[in-house]
Design a protein around this ligand. Structure first.
Ligand code: DC
Length: 229
């Protein structure tokens, strides 16, 4: 049976780094589910769809084709043969993505894509509703969190390093908290800690400590493929 490690949590909690490294060590494909919501948002904006109009977003979502294929230890995404790259990481996409992610048709489409990825092998998937809605029966479910300050600091550093934006820590924190509020209060599959998921507060932990905590909590046998550091 295909194994799925599910990691949910708010923006900037460290989900991407942790899930990428856990995937590398275990030979599981890394899946960034947020990127799928970002792609849907990007395509809505490119196509001139008003993201404040859920029925327009729902109608357009049916026309967006995303190709998902394994590449370099992760599932890579293509739209019209092109990789979206940093076009889905801008402050503009950040501001619109939470709204697009409230739309049921968008969520159903992304959920179906994610479930279909088990055809490619074992997965480590990061997101907001992986432990509660997409793979609620996985025996390896985690809720990764951190203080708002720690999360904003990490996000800002990441944006500067990637050359995406140079916003103040305060404005990164404000946009992050605004997104958290929408993500955790929406009607369909809101962000919340699933019953039975292991909560990890990474505020005062190193990346390596979080990775080791996740790996140590996996079911017996899942660590068999673990590679040396
Ligand atoms: O993790 P991220 O910042 O790339 O996510 C982008 C947006 O998508 C964010 O508003 C939360 C939303 N999202 C979601 O609703 N469900 C997921 N499984 C992953 C992300």
């Amino acid at each position: 049976m295909v194994k799925v490690i599910a990691i949910d949590g708010p923006s900037g909690a460290g989900k991407s780094s942790v899930s990428r490294i856990v995937g590398e060590r275990l030979g599981f494909l890394h899946v960034d589910s947020g990127a799928l919501y970002r792609i849907m948002t990007w395509q809505c904006l490119v196509r001139g769809v008003d993201t404040d109009d859920p029925s327009a977003v729902a109608a357009e979502s049916g026309k967006i084709d995303i190709e998902c294929r394994p590449e370099g230890g992760a599932i890579a995404y293509y739209v019209g043969g092109e990789a979206p790259g940093n076009r889905i990481r801008t402050p503009e996409i950040n501001a619109h993505a939470s709204k697009v992610a409230t739309v049921k048709e968008v969520r159903d489409k992304v959920t179906a894509l994610l479930r279909g990825m088990t055809a490619h092998g074992d997965l480590v998937i990061e997101g907001r509703d992986i432990t509660t809605a997409v793979f609620p029966d996985s025996p390896a479910r985690f809720y990764l969190t951190a203080s708002a300050e720690a999360r904003a600091r990490r996000r800002q550093k990441e944006e500067v390093e990637k050359g995406i934006a140079n916003q103040s820590a305060e404005s990164v924190k404000a946009s992050l908290l605004a997104r958290d509020a929408i993500d955790s209060t929406r009607k369909y599959a809101p962000l919340r800690k699933a019953d039975g998921a292991l909560e990890i507060d990474s505020s005062d932990m190193t990346l390596e400590q979080v990775v080791e905590t996740v790996i140590a909590a996996l079911p017996e046998g899942w660590r068999a493929a673990q590679k040396a550091k």
